[in-house]
Structure formats: C-alpha cells, structure tokens
Design a protein around this ligand. Sequence first.
Ligand code: ATP
Length: 339
Amino acid sequence: MSADAAPPMVEAIGLTKTFAIPAATLFGRARPVAAAVDVSFRIPRGRTFGLVGESGSGKSTVAKLLLKLEAPSAGRLLVEGQDIFAQTPAEELAYRRKVQAVFQDPYGALSPRMRADRIVTEPLRAHGMDRREAEARAPELLRLVGLPPDSARKYPHEFSGGQRQRLAIARALSVDPALLVLDEPVSALDVSVRAQVLTLLREMQQRLDLTYLFIGHDLAVVRYLSDTVGVMYFGRLVELGPARRVLRRPAHPYTRRLVALAAGDAPLGAVRLQGELPNPLAPPSGCLFRTRCPYADATCAARLPEMRLAEPDHLVACHHHEAVAAGAKAETGPMLQEA
Ligand SMILES: Nc1ncnc2c1ncn2[C@@H]1O[C@H](COP(=O)(O)OP(=O)(O)OP(=O)(O)O)[C@@H](O)[C@H]1O
C-alpha cells in the first residue's frame, strides 16, 4: 500500500455515546443523555488533533472511547483502518499497547509507594515482560524524558510536578505506543514548567512518530501542539480545521467566544461564557448554541446546522458562519463574565 493510500491513524465516523441517567432521578423514567453525538474527525499518523470546549462538552468521552474505556452507542472508531470495537482478543491486546494515555494529575496517577524504575516499566510488566527485564529498561526511559539517572530509585513525592509528568510520559512510552491520548497533561503544572513539558511532548512526537489526541483548556497550549483542532459544544463538534486558522479566524460564534476569552488573558477555567450549557434532558430546538449566541435567529431555532465547509479543510456547523468569520458582531459584549 502506498503512503497516500494508508488509512489515517485515527478516524472517527459519526461517533455517539449516550449514558442512561438512572430512573430514580427522573420521576421513574430512565432517559439517555448524549455525551458525544455524531463526532467525526481524522488524525493522520504523526499529527496532533486538539479538542477544546467547555467542561462537560464531551472531550473526555471521545478520549475514553479511543482508550476503549467506554463503548460507543453508535458510529465507528477506526485506528489504522481497523474498527477498535470489532477486535479479536489478540487484536485488542495489541491495541491496548498501541494506545497510551497521560492525564492531568500525575500525582494521582502514580502509585506513591512505587519507585520510579517500577513506575515507568509497569506497562511492560502488565504486557507480560519479566520484572528484571522490564526494570532494566528504566534508565533508558528516564533519560528519554530528561530525568537524571538517579531518579530510578526515587518515589513520586520526591519529584517536582513537572518531573512527575515526565514520569507519566515515560511510563506511557515504555510499551512503544503509536498513539497517545493527552487529557489536559499540563493543566495542573506551574506555567513555568508547562513549556518544558510541551517541548518534551513535541520532541517525543517527532522522534517516535507519535500521533496525539490532545485535550486542553488553554488555547495557546492547544495551538502550540495541534495541527488540527476540533471545538466541541454540548457533545457535538461545531468547528474543525487547521489549528492556526480555527483559533485565529474562527467561523463558529462559540469558538469566537472562546478565543476572545483567551485573548483577554483570562484562564478558561476561571472565566466562562455567560449562560449555562443547555439542559441535556431538554435541549433547545435547532442549533444547540442558539440560546447563548448573539447571531441566533429563527433559522437557528428551526434547524440544527450541519457541518459544512467554511474554507478548504475548515468545517463549521453554523447557519451564519460567513457573518461570524467576518466579525459582524462585537466579541467582548455582555456575554463574557467572570465566573
Ligand atoms: N459515566 C457517565 N454517566 C453519565 N453521564 C456521563 C458519564 N460520563 C460523562 N457523562 C456526561 O457526558 C457529558 C460530557 O462529559 P465529558 O466528561 O466527556 O466532558 P468534557 O468536555 O471532557 O468535560 P471536562 O473538561 O470537565 O473533562 C457531561 O454532561 C457528563 O456529565
């Protein structure tokens, strides 16, 4: 197969995940809540796909599906062309090596009573390698992520926050994965350390030809690492395209608000859009963002906008994307507020 014909590392096709909310909380009737709806994207090998959106928009649900921690309610998720929810046990075992994750809180993710050499080689042992052989790999893994050789005998509390995240990265890399799910990997770190860990992630990607799904709140961080960005709102992708273009010239009013907030130097965690996410049990008709959108009109109430091309490679789900991209309405109006 030629390089051009090779399938992308990841391809999500109409991925949907609904959770049943227990009957007791709903006057006796169990009802499904959609955490991710009709999500489609591709990640070419060696590239980074960044997912952004408010808390609860469905980003982690997409990550959990890719990690096979959840199964989809509908749609497909292909990795190198293979449906990861139609694998034989042997394929699944190989897949669980191929995909690894790094989460926000390295301290919570590292066993406090394990030494670093065991921590970073734990996945090798989980995949059947003998303990001695696995731990013999520790110095090389620690060196790979820029930790000094004497780190091997230390415990997690003896490391700084940035070093602990390096440990978590070394552990993820130990089994030679092709794909990393990075769920807010630098959000808990001091600003001064963030850049170093991001640089490390970038170096590792280039050196090891890794593909990343990167979830982040900080748009500057997402832009730094991502080739393509997807913006999620209420379980749906509302904008998708090259990271620089989407974050410089957004075509969806929701992305515009996120970008305007970030430009105001306000950390996204501390500031939010005015108005709440819609009630999942009673979503608005038509466009889900219309209840918070300055561009909303009768069309938006009548019809859910489909994803369509705003420019080549740049998709947006908004009836008024041309007016939005042209900046027809002020971005720093009363919709912005301190949380
Ligand atoms: N196991 C579950 N059972 C019921 N509802 C769930 C479950 N997991 C997620 N949800 C709901 O699905 C929606 C999306 O959640 P998700 O965690 O994917 O959002 P997120 O964008 O990753 O948020 P955050 O940035 O806070 O991690 C939320 O409304 C959440 O309450």
